[in-house]
Design a protein around this ligand. Sequence first.
Ligand SMILES: [Fe+2]
Length: 258
Amino acid sequence: MTLNVEFLKSLTEKYGSYVESFCDSDGKLPRMMDLKKTHTLHVVENAKAIAAGEGFDERTSLACEAAALLHDTGRYEQIRTYNTFRDSESVDHAKFSYDIVREKGWLDALDEKDAILEAVRVHNMRLIPQEVEGDLFASTIARVVRDADKLDIFRVLEDEIATNDWKNDCKAFWDLPVMAEPNTEVIRAIREKSPVNYQDIKTLADFILIQVGWIHNELNFKTSQDLCKKRNHLEFRRNFLHQISSSDEIDDICKLQN
Ligand SMILES: [Fe+2]
């Protein structure tokens, strides 16, 4: 069958019941899981906004929404089993999400099953792999989910900075040194428009600069770029980098485009 509004509604209900199965005996979702649930809701909203802004047909728009809903399905089991969201210390959460959705059979009746599953599987990869790139429908959905996810990761970071005592407790940011200059390798990678190597992340400034690189080089759609501008994500990062570093490269690397 072809994906339609009713199917997406019932998929959303199935996903909701699955998430609820992780609630404590008091009926509450543990805090770390609740953050992921909120993140997912925002990623779905971002995906809808991108699909609308790009003028996609209904089938493509609904597939983007379904993939956004499912993209982090594995996060709940990941934190329950491994007590961390760090993939390097547990599982690749995108592959884990893909496996769970497949095993649940939620998409089995759909013609769009493979494309949606692929968008889930590749959402955290540095680049979209060739086999997905070659399929226009699947790669469009994958691109939308990747943009929608990044746009919400921008919100999450700003929220963490606003609510955490980050100067004294940098756990949310991998315990990186806070008041420290950025690594020149990171700055070079962003200038060259190449993905930042995660081994080069030595300071909080580097961590923030990864996202500056995403803003400049990795948002796939004009609508995503427009949303990013409207939400002032680049400006926020420039101002924050000035708070934690005295590097004279900041203004240049965070130059607002057009
Ligand atoms: Fe994810």
